[in-house]
Design a protein around this ligand. Sequence first.
Ligand code: IPE
Ligand code: IPE
Ligand code: MG
Length: 237
Amino acid sequence: MSIQHIAIIMDGNGRWATQRKRPRTFGHQAGVKTVRSTIETCVQLGIPSLTLFAFSSENWSRPAKEVQRLMDLFMRSLNKETPELLAQGVQQNFIGDLTQFSDKLQRKMHEVASLKPSQHRMNLNIAVNYGGKWDVLQAARKMAQEVSQQGLDPTTVTEQQFQSHLSLADQPAVDLLIRTGGEHRISNFLLWQIAYAEVFFVDTLWPDFDADALLKVVDAFNLRERRFGQTSEQVNA
Ligand code: IPE
Ligand code: IPE
Ligand code: MG
């Protein structure tokens, strides 16, 4: 089946800048270009959902100046890119605990998320102040509330019911998870949603991850056999 959902951990901006003897924020700036080409390629491929990890709940621990520059860049990119994204048919959504951002940025995210492209082609989910553990916990809290308010028997709660409270519940499960920058870890990105994703760790640093690099990963994905617990013989029957 064709790819329904790609999720990407966009890593390696800092090292890309350091290699060029430039401040880390120079790498973040360069990374915006890759975000643009990635979105374009995914729209062209007809991918219904793309989720990008832009800022983790742990990234607040970085030097205050870097965090500030990331917030400025985020605001600037939302202003600059949104008209073109709408023209391309891209609906932007934001996932994560948005309450930690400045009022101005929160208002901007709500405004951008409320803008609907006239011809919908792709959901672009931007994960900011996102943590996979936070997501599961907030869903568990909502589920518990539902159980107590509606007098549900907790032993009857289904995966489907629980899942409905998670971020991206209205979108297909992640088929393909990519992490650039060479690290082999999830860093508290999507957890539940990647339960059966094919995972690709690529060494390319995010600013260098161009359309060709993405298409190579998509080709490699298409060669993988997804068995979902079955045997190869069953899958190919
Ligand atoms: C990813 O690149 C961008 C964010 C986390 C915001 P990094 O900034 O983590 O780059 P490296 O891993 O230090 O090279
Ligand atoms: C993960 O990258 C977060 C994003 C890409 C937004 P990090 O660079 O923050 O991850 P760690 O700290 O190396 O695990
Ligand atoms: Mg990193």
